[in-house]
Design a protein around this ligand. Structure first.
Ligand SMILES: C[S@@+](CC[C@H](N)C(=O)[O-])C[C@H]1O[C@@H](n2cnc3c(N)ncnc32)[C@H](O)[C@@H]1O
Length: 298
């Protein structure tokens, strides 16, 4: 299945692309955004990261008519080191379109979907050792419950964790779905949605890598450079929102006499998150939960 790029126009608009600039796409995926960025570049260059081999092979084909780009097979958390190895220390923009591509979600062998019976994998980077199966079959009940509660906001996290321990070893996604069904039997949506989200975040350490890359990106941005992030759930959005707020405000203790007001290095351009249009949501249901935020280096 083809991946439908989310908020393509909006992402390009907020990146405010300079034709000769250096841009980074941290989440290459199906290369929908990357292609659009390259169409706006003249002598500039795009560095694109993905940790998924399949996405990279797919993207190479989409970008076959362009030459001014470099694909880096790596977690974007290593962006600063990887670019520095290539002699790049400053960038004009970074785009992050977080989460998974449709082809990863739909792939029968990846274990991301609770709609198919498949292996409990959930790794974006298939060279990594930690899988959902390892977590489910070796973590303590407290650790499992914490993952479901913190990363999935699952209210029945302890009950689900206890049943998992009773039913070990778990081998397939449907075994996990059955456990969630048995606990969340009153659920209006899918019983396993939050548990699957939580496991995916834990397997790929998704929140920590986001915090890491945001810090590095601000350090690397040239004046007027942009940081544009599209998130798909509240935990990611909260990290971006708080990071942007902290970077662009200065805490001055009350009653402190101020002679010269110190300035911040950055400014939030989206005071409120930007949402996809109704038409886009109609066309692509995956866009429904998307939120875009953008920050500018002064
Ligand atoms: C939503 S898709 C991006 C889609 C892309 N913007 C497009 O228009 O086709 C997210 C992609 O980012 C990759 N990804 C997610 N987190 C990553 C990380 N921490 N490091 C590198 N790649 C990551 C996933 O493997 C996936 O291919």
């Amino acid at each position: 299945m083809k991946h439908e790029t989310v908020m393509k126009q909006e992402a390009i608009e907020y990146l405010n692309i300079k034709p000769d600039g250096i841009y980074v796409d941290g989440t290459l995926g199906g290369a929908g955004h990357a292609k659009h960025i390259l169409e706006h570049l003249k002598n500039g260059h795009l560095y694109a990261f993905d940790q998924d081999d399949f996405a990279i092979d797919y993207a190479k084909n989409v970008l076959k008519d362009f030459s001014n780009y470099t694909i880096i097979r790596s977690n974007f958390r290593f962006m600063k080191e990887k670019l520095s190895e290539l002699g790049i220390h400053h960038i004009d923009g970074l785009l992050l379109d977080l989460g998974l591509s449709s082809f990863q979600i739909d792939d029968e062998n990846r274990g991301f979907t609770y709609l198919k019976d498949t292996t409990l994998d959930m790794r974006m980077d298939r060279s990594q050792e930690l899988t959902a199966e390892v977590i489910l079959n070796t973590y303590s009940m407290e650790e499992l419950a914490k993952i479901f509660f913190v990363y999935g906001e699952e209210k029945n996290s302890f009950k689900i964790a206890r049943r998992i321990i009773e039913k070990r070893p778990l081998k397939s996604t449907m075994e996990l779905v059955k456990i969630c069904d048995s606990v969340n039997y009153n659920e209006k949506g899918h019983s396993s949605k939050r548990v699957f989200q939580a496991l995916r975040i834990a397997v790929n350490d998704e929140l920590t890598v986001l915090e890491d890359v945001l810090k590095d990106a601000v350090d690397m941005l040239n004046p007027e450079g942009r940081l544009v992030v599209i998130t798909f759930h509240s935990l990611e959005d909260r990290i971006v929102k708080h990071f942007f707020r902290d970077e662009s405000t200065i805490d001055i203790p009350k009653h402190m006499p101020i002679m010269i007001l110190p300035d911040t290095k950055t400014e939030v351009i989206t005071k409120k998150p930007v949402y996809p249009s109704e038409a886009e949501i109609e066309r692509n249901s995956r866009a429904k939960s998307a939120k875009l935020r953008a920050l500018k280096r002064k």
